[in-house]
Design a protein around this ligand. Structure first.
Ligand code: NAD
Length: 238
């Protein structure tokens, strides 16, 4: 659910992993952009073929498993729903509540929220045992992150299923506890602690943003400093 920066990449990864995937967004132009990204975009399947990560047949098969649609009904009769709509808790809760009335009772619900409490989203549904956080990183086809967030009522079976799916898709699942305060599970809590300190350094006039980014790349061999990271994540590193 959601074919933006994250949803389209997640759909691509799971289609490559062998699953039939329906990718749903609100408008045709968004879906066209998503389809193009999955096909010929910087991290799309054609590029993966050029880099020797996929065969041409595997790329074709993955594209054939992907359906892009604005039709909600077409996207709910599935085993797993992954939600990647904008990071707005009210929007997500309202959306999950609607999906709960439409999806089969056994369907697992996974949110790609960057940090909202899983319990808060699960509470909008009648399936808190089948509700889980599955936090991906951008670009989804490249990054190994699978921060699996276990809510207070998430069942062992739900955790096992999602961990298995993530591992089979080539990710490194790490199961963490839900957060019941503020925002951020583990990766973003630690990351934003660093961003806060970077902002202090800049506001004190100790260094400017470019210098902070350069120092962090050179000191820790990070591919990007904190400011470059914020810009890159928002654009999907396009
Ligand atoms: N961008 C990142 O680096 C990143 C990384 C990890 C997690 N996330 C999280 O992933 C989620 C999505 O982020 P994004 O960067 O992909 O945002 P985005 O704005 O690129 O995409 C969100 C998409 O959701 C669509 N949408 C809104 N309501 C919808 C609905 N009811 N049904 C279907 N689609 C709907 C929008 O039209 C949009 O295309 C957020 O929760 C964000 O915090 C983002």
């Amino acid at each position: 659910m959601g074919a933006g920066v994250m949803g389209s990449g997640i759909a691509q990864v799971l289609a490559i992993s062998g699953h039939e995937v329906v990718c749903r967004d609100l408008a045709d132009d968004v879906l066209a952009t998503a389809r193009e990204g999955v096909d010929t975009g910087r991290f799309g399947v054609r590029g993966a073929v050029e880099r020797g990560k996929l065969t041409a047949d595997e790329a074709e098969a993955a594209l054939a498993r992907l359906t892009f649609t604005t039709d909600l009904d077409q996207a709910v009769d599935v085993d797993l729903i992954i939600e990647a709509v904008p990071e707005n808790l009210g929007l997500k809760v309202k959306f999950w509540r609607e999906l709960d009335t439409l999806a089969p009772p056994d369907t697992i619900f996974a949110s790609n929220s960057s940090g909202f409490p899983i319990a808060a989203m699960a509470a909008g549904t009648d399936r808190p045992d089948r509700f889980i956080g599955w936090h991906w990183a951008s670009p989804a086809p490249v990054m190994k992150l699978a921060e699996i967030v276990r809510g207070p009522e998430t069942s062992d079976a739900t955790v096992d299923t999602v961990v298995r799916l993530a591992a089979a898709a080539g990710k490194n699942p790490v199961v963490v506890k839900d957060t019941d305060q503020s925002w951020g599970y583990v990766a973003n809590r630690v990351y934003f602690a660093m961003v806060r300190e970077a902002n202090r350094v800049v506001s004190e006039g100790v260094a400017d943003r470019e210098q902070v980014d350069q120092l962090m790349r050179d000191c820790f061999r990070w591919p990007s400093g904190p400011y470059g990271m914020v810009a890159g994540a928002g654009s999907g590193w396009s």
